[in-house]
Structures are given as structure tokens and as C-alpha cells.
Design a protein around this ligand. Structure first.
Ligand code: KIV
Length: 264
């Protein structure tokens, strides 16, 4: 099977085919997801919460992500692999270069950074040097202490306008994929329509170009709680392979996320 690339993701958006994405942190799950046909795997800094049991993602290090990226890379064949840049690993341009290079060397095909306008220079510089970038807007968990909790973003017009402007600027700076987390469905749909790059939602309704879930939420085994926007596919699927197959079918057909899993 042909490897999923930035070019194939773009084609999927242009053809109206929804993109499926899941987090993974080890070779075994990565292999299972790859074999079932998941398009993109994210080694997310969510590992701080679902693997380490923390209340947030802030303690995750570049070494943590590199370690798990190496493992996930061994399990993937077709699936595209994105590695999260953890909290404070891209605070300066120099740190951004050095840390992104480490994650690419560990096997990532793209790195993901949380934030808007303040990142534009770093993003262009990474892209100019051959490192593809995924943006992340809306509820950016590394800023949980600024937000005062894990809260839906973009409900106020001013905030929504800022997210739209940031999304356009990130695209201009060169990001080839954008994750929108916990924003109202119509705002996410409007952004997906405005951008030419694919927009992947999590808690962002069903009008984006694809969906991502944290694998532990999708299997209903997260240590602390089940977010409103997630769904336990293991209950319906009965086993892990079927659960992933069901997730893919529901994302591709637009059944997931339903109203129940979205914010308005
Ligand atoms: O860290 C992560 O798993 C993420 C997803 C929730 C998009 O950033």
C-alpha cells in the first residue's frame, strides 16, 4: 500500500475524503492502526496524561516523544507519522530547530506545534529547512494554565475571529495540516472551508476534513475521564481491530462526531 504523505492528505481534502487520525505511543498499536488503514498517527504529548497519569501534558519532554516516535515508526508502513513538540521545546527558534530535528531523526514525517501568530517565523524556518509542520489551534492543552482549565475555545466572536486569523496565517507560513481542538462545529467548518490545507478536528464537530482521537479515549480506557467529544468504540466493536475499523467507517462516512460529541 502507498505511504500516506502531505500530498495524499491534500488530495483527500480536495476529493472530499475524510482523513482518519489516532494517537499511538508504541509499535504494537501503531501496527494495528496501520493495518486497519488509519491515515495518520500522532505521537501526542497526551502521553503525559494517558501513559504517565498526569493531569496535563506539561511534563512531557522531547526525549519522551522521541522514544515513543522511534517505537511507533517501527510499527508503521503506510500511515503518516506526526510527532508532537512538547511544552517549551519550541520557545525559541534555536530550540525549535534542534528539537524538531531530533523528532524527525526519530522517524516522524511531520512535527506538530501548538499556537498562533507567535509561531509564524519558526514555522516558515522549519518548512524552508525541509521539516513539514502541523499547526494546532483552539484548545491548545499546553496553555491550560492560561485558559484556566480545559475549556471550549472560540465561543465569543472576538476569540473566534482570532482563531480564524491565526489559521490563515499558519497556512501562509507553510503548515500543511491543522488540528482544531474543542471549538464550535460551525467555526471549525468555516475554517476548513477557508483553508486549502486539510483541517483535522477533535471536539470540533463533523465539518472538518478529518478527525483525531486519543487512542485511550477511543478504546474507553483513559485513566481519568472520558471527554464529551470522544466515543468508546471498543464497546461497540467488541475487539480492538473492529473498534478501529468502526472508527474509520464512522469518520469516513461523517457519522462521527455526532451532535452529541460536538460543541455548538
Ligand atoms: O497530544 C495529543 O494527543 C493531541 C491530540 C489531542 C490532537 O495533540
Amino acid at each position: 500500500m502507498k505511504k500516506v504523505t502531505t500530498a495524499s492528505l491534500l488530495k483527500m481534502k480536495q476529493n472530499g475524503e475524510k482523513i482518519t487520525m489516532l494517537t499511538a505511543y508504541d509499535a504494537s498499536f501503531a501496527k494495528l492502526f496501520d493495518e486497519q488503514g488509519v491515515d495518520v498517527i500522532l505521537v501526542g504529548d497526551s502521553l503525559g496524561m494517558v501513559l504517565k497519569g498526569d493531569d496535563d501534558t506539561l511534563s512531557v519532554t522531547v526525549s519522551d516523544i522521541a522514544y515513543h516516535t522511534t517505537a511507533v515508526n517501527k510499527g508503521t508502513n503506510r500511515t503518516m507519522l506526526i510527532a508532537d513538540m512538547p511544552f517549551m521545546s519550541y520557545a525559541t527558534k534555536e530550540q525549535t530547530f534542534a528539537n524538531a530535528a531530533k523528532l524527525m531523526a526519530a522517524g516522524a514525517n511531520m512535527v506538530k506545534l501548538e499556537g498562533g501568530d507567535w509561531l509564524l517565523e519558526s514555522i516558515s524556518a522549519l518548512v524552508e529547512r525541509g521539516i513539514p509542520v502541523c499547526g494546532h489551534l483552539g484548545l491548545t492543552p499546553q496553555s491550560v494554565n492560561i485558559f484556566g482549565g480545559f475549556k471550549v475555545q472560540g465561543r465569543e466572536q472576538e476569540q473566534a475571529d482570532k482563531i480564524i486569523a491565526d489559521a490563515l496565517h499558519l497556512q501562509q507560513a507553510g503548515v500543511q495540516l491543522l488540528v482544531l481542538e474543542c471549538v464550535p462545529t460551525d467555526l471549525a467548518g468555516m475554517i476548513a472551508d477557508k483553508l486549502t490545507i486539510p483541517v483535522i478536528g477533535i471536539g470540533a464537530g463533523n465539518k472538518t476534513d478529518g478527525q483525531v482521537l486519543v487512542m485511550h479515549d477511543m478504546f474507553g480506557i483513559s485513566a481519568n475521564y472520558m471527554p464529551k467529544f470522544s466515543k468508546n468504540y471498543l464497546i461497540e466493536g467488541g475487539d480492538m481491530r473492529k473498534a478501529v475499523e468502526l472508527y474509520i467507517n464512522e469518520v469516513k462516512s461523517g457519522v462521527f462526531p455526532s451532535e452529541k460529541h460536538s460543541f455548538n
